[in-house]
Design a protein around this ligand. Structure first.
Ligand code: ZN
Length: 489
């Protein structure tokens, strides 16, 4: 499209991976994050925006960019099993937690299949919708990037052998302004210090390049992926990481005659994607080894193709896991009974005909729910509920209003994970302090982890400056329609 529509105020959305409300507030109050402080004081601050489920970056970014949960966008997690192709899918975590043998596959999954095969064609990204209206977008450092401008991605030198593309080069439909680590750069001669992710300075330079050249499109989405890695090892209260990224935001705001002028010209938003839960440090107490609990069954091994005699597949996403049943003779209830004996598993969820069945290792009884029905929550969703609401820490008022406790927007988020793909499987959620383990999954004893439905990982901060408008509900899944509304006039 040649005719570009310029919105009155371009929107710049900065996603700081693993930014959490408490450390952010401390960083701001102690003078270590002056740029974030300025944006907060001159805008609005929401400390409890609800993230997606599992609380893993690819699922969250897909929710943010499509405005749907996993039942619609169909990215079940960082790790999942594709029943239709009989294949274990792993997107890696920014190429840092991937072992060598899996790297080739991970690069292909993360850079190509996620956007081109797995992300449902029935949903539209904000980039696709904005392009329809003639508004251009920029995506900087995001692994979820589907748009409708063909962009060349190039895998450099030594890494070329890791892809399944001839000469390590391929074309993908992306945003019209597109930057992703070494694979696609805005400044052609720049040197990315990391393959992708873990390069906040590089990411910020790409953003500043757009501002300097006056190339900022209507909507810019930019991810800083450095904090996550630090927090997994250092624990949730890492202020230093926030201060470092804040310095980059300061430099960006400094490109304008004044910070106030930056706000007059653009809408600036800063958000987190998931929180972290501090992990216990005793292996025996806090690591839930699913292979041990389900030792009676033959578990598929990740380094080889699925075999006929394999009965189950385990896909661990830190504090949540998918347990797939390949053996048709094996009833779901047999596995649920075993899982229920472990008091570190607080939610055990499976599909029923149209709904969801919940059991627990920490609470007795069961809960069944499905969409529609006489109960409603604060997000205007309605539900049929049967059984014990305390299994999901729900409170029911006399007017049939549901309120959520430990699991924000829990009904829709569990439903999203369970209906993210066809097939027979169970979703398990770990109680605070605990984490799942299967074959060669990374774990974080004494550090921090995420993935679960619990509020400590699910509530993230968002700062909105340059407009007085706020999202209808503080949910990440409502951000897309909020952004479209801002860009429409
Ligand atoms: Zn992480």
């Amino acid at each position: 499209m040649d005719q570009h529509v310029k919105p009155r105020k371009p929107v710049i959305l900065l996603n700081i991976d693993s930014l959490m409300p408490e450390p952010l507030e401390i960083a701001v109050q102690t003078g270590r994050a002056p740029a974030l402080k300025f944006l907060m004081e001159n805008g609005s601050y929401i400390s409890n925006m609800v993230s997606s489920f599992p609380t893993m970056s690819v699922t969250i970014d897909s929710s943010l960019l499509t405005g749907t949960y996993a039942d619609k966008h169909q990215i079940p997690g960082l790790n999942w099993f594709d029943d239709s192709k009989n294949e274990i899918i792993n997107y890696g975590t920014g190429f840092r937690e991937t072992n060598k043998s899996g790297l080739r596959k991970t690069v292909h999954n993360m850079l190509y299949r996620l956007n081109n095969e797995h992300l449902s064609s029935h949903v539209r990204t904000i980039y696709e919708e904005l392009a329809d209206r003639g508004i251009q977008s920029a995506s900087i450092n995001s692994f979820v990037y589907r748009g409708n401008t063909p962009q060349k991605l190039q895998v450099p030198g030594l890494l070329r052998g890791l892809t399944r593309f001839k000469d390590g080069q391929w074309t993908a439909e992306a945003t019209s302004v597109f930057s992703l680590g070494v694979f696609s750069k805005l400044r052609k001669r720049s040197v990315a210090t990391q393959i992708a992710a873990g390069n906040y300075k590089y990411t910020a330079r790409e953003l500043r390049h757009l501002i300097r050249r006056n190339r900022l499109p209507g909507f810019t989405f930019c991810i800083f992926q450095d904090l996550d890695f630090r927090i997994h090892f250092k624990g949730p209260m890492d202020i230093k990481g926030i201060a470092k990224i804040d310095r980059q935001i300061q430099k960006t705001l400094n490109l304008y005659p004044s910070w106030e002028e930056a706000l007059r010209r653009n809408i600036w938003m800063v958000m987190g994607d998931n929180g972290h839960a501090p992990m216990g440090s005793r292996y025996r107490d806090f690591m839930i080894d699913l292979r041990k609990i389900l030792k009676k069954y033959r578990v598929a091994r990740i380094q080889r193709p699925i075999r006929k005699k394999d009965q189950i597949v385990l896909s661990v996403n830190q504090r949540m896991a998918y347990i797939y049943l390949l053996d048709e003779a094996l009833p779901l209830s047999a596995l649920t009974e075993k899982l229920k004996k472990d008091s570190r598993i607080d939610i055990i969820a499976s599909k029923t005909e149209h709904g969801v069945h919940i059991e627990s290792g920490t609470r007795t009884g069961s809960l069944h729910y499905s969409p529609g029905g006489k109960y409603s929550d604060m997000y205007e969703q309605t539900w049929h509920l049967n059984g014990k609401p305390n299994l999901l820490d729900l409170t029911l008022a006399s007017d049939n209003k549901i309120s959520y406790g430990d699991y924000p927007d829990g009904l829709a988020r569990i439903y999203g994970a369970l209906y993210s793909q066809p097939g027979r499987f169970i979703v398990v959620n770990a109680k605070p302090g605990c984490e799942f383990k299967a074959q060669s999954t990374p774990f974080h004893l004494g550090g921090a982890a995420h993935g679960s439905l619990h509020k400590q990982e699910s509530l993230v901060p968002v700062v909105i400056a340059g407009t007085a408008i706020k999202p209808k509900h503080p949910r990440l899944v409502d951000m897309k329609s909020f952004l479209l509304g801002l860009l429409d006039h």
